[in-house]
Structure formats: structure tokens, C-alpha cells
Design a protein around this ligand. Structure first.
Ligand code: MN
Length: 213
């Protein structure tokens, strides 16, 4: 919420009752999904087996899925952060890696041992993407506090990867419904470690303001 404020937005917290999602979205110009210390239930992406280290939070995920669906349907800008990016991928029809160390040989330490206000690894931002337009470069130093990752992003497309191939950002593709502003980042840009981090919030708030007219 501080990062949205710094970018000139007016942050408000919303609840997780799926039945209220449509009504809530009518009053918002943009939606940020923050993630947290929990995982999306594998049933949301067609997997029955649950990894021992997967920790679902069913009520919150149900509410956030409803909010993201409603935002995308209304063309409201969406910024997914960390678990919020993973949720965005799943809503777009994608799938997740349930535990990176078990699925990616030679993976980086995506649960970085150092403080979250320091970088954990670099990422490569892909040219021709919304993220590249927003941050204006091909390299970012980002923090990393996740044991799951996006495996595929359905109707979206990949906009950044880590050196070990783990997907670090996704966005709406060219055939995206309504071509609304839609970005997910696996790191936490609210820590403003890389010069690109504040640009992400600035671009999100600008998109929300533009859509409001
Ligand atoms: Mn990472």
C-alpha cells in the first residue's frame, strides 16, 4: 500500500468474499494481488497431488480468483506480486511448479537467505514485452522469496526469466481479451531495490488513472 501511495495511487484493502468481487471491482481503478506465506491449491491448475510443502489458504484464494477474473473481465489493470503473479497465471489457464528445488535441477536460491531489501538474483527482461517498456532495460536485480513458480501462463506470456530458467514475470499477450494492462512479477518491487521497481508501480497507477478517464 505504501508503494501504491508513493506512485500517486490511493490504496484500499478489500476482503476475500467471492460473492462481493464484482461489486468491489466496480469501485476500483486497479487491482494489486500481493501473495503471502501460502500457496494456491493445486486443484486450481488441474493437479490432484499436493506437495508436502504446499500450504493452501482456500478462502483467500477463492476470493482473489474472483477478484482477478472480475478485473480482467472489466479491463481493470492488474498487478500480481509474488503469489499474486502465480494466481494471475492460474486464472489465465496456466500451471505452477509446487516446489522449485524438487522440479528445477540446479535452481538458484529463490528463497534467498539474505534480507528481502537486498537483491537475490538477476532476471532477464524479454524485449517486446510490456515489462520491457515499463522498466526500460533488459536486466534487473530482484529479491526472491518464493518456493513455487509459474510453469506455464496460459493465455498470458512470459516477460522475464531468471538465469536458471524460472519464470519471473508474466503479462497479458497480444491476443489478451481487451488488451488491458496486466502484469505479474515474481519478486517484490515494493522494496524498490532496482530502478525498475518504482517504474512498475508508476506504470500500474498510470494505467489505472487512464482507464478511469
Ligand atoms: Mn526468484
Amino acid at each position: 500500500m505504501d508503494a501504491v501511495t508513493r506512485a500517486g495511487g490511493l490504496p484500499v484493502a478489500v476482503g476475500h468474499d467471492p460473492a462481493l468481487a464484482e461489486a468491489v471491482l466496480k469501485r476500483l481503478d486497479g487491482l494489486v494481488v500481493t501473495g503471502g506465506a501460502f500457496d494456491i491449491g493445486p486443484e486450481y491448475y488441474g493437479k490432484e497431488a499436493v506437495h508436502a510443502l504446499t500450504v493452501p489458504k482456500p478462502g483467500r484464494t477463492a476470493g482473489e480468483v474472483a477478484l482477478v477474473r472480475a478485473a480482467l473481465a472489466r479491463g481493470i489493470p492488474v498487478l500480481g506480486i509474488c503469489g499474486g503473479m502465480q494466481l494471475l497465471a492460474v486464472v489465465l489457464g496456466g500451471t505452477l511448479i509446487q516446489h522449485i528445488p524438487d522440479a528445477v535441477p540446479g535452481a538458484l536460491a529463490h528463497e534467498q537467505p539474505n534480507s528481502r531489501d537486498e537483491a537475490g538474483h538477476e532476471i532477464a527482461v524479454l524485449r517486446g514485452t510490456l515489462l520491457h517498456d515499463v522498466v526500460g532495460g533488459e536486466r534487473m536485480a530482484v529479491n526472491s522469496s518464493h518456493h513455487q513458480a509459474v510453469l506455464s501462463c496460459g493465455r498470458g506470456r512470459v516477460s522475464a526469466v531468471a538465469p536458471d530458467g524460472v519464470i519471473e514475470a508474466i503479462e497479458g499477450g497480444d491476443d489478451f481479451p481487451g488488451k488491458s494492462w496486466c502484469l505479474g512479477v515474481q519478486w517484490h518491487p515494493e522494496f524498490a531495490i532496482d530502478p525498475g521497481d518504482d517504474k512498475i508501480f508508476a506504470a500500474f497507477v498510470a494505467a489505472a488513472r487512464k482507464d478511469r478517464g
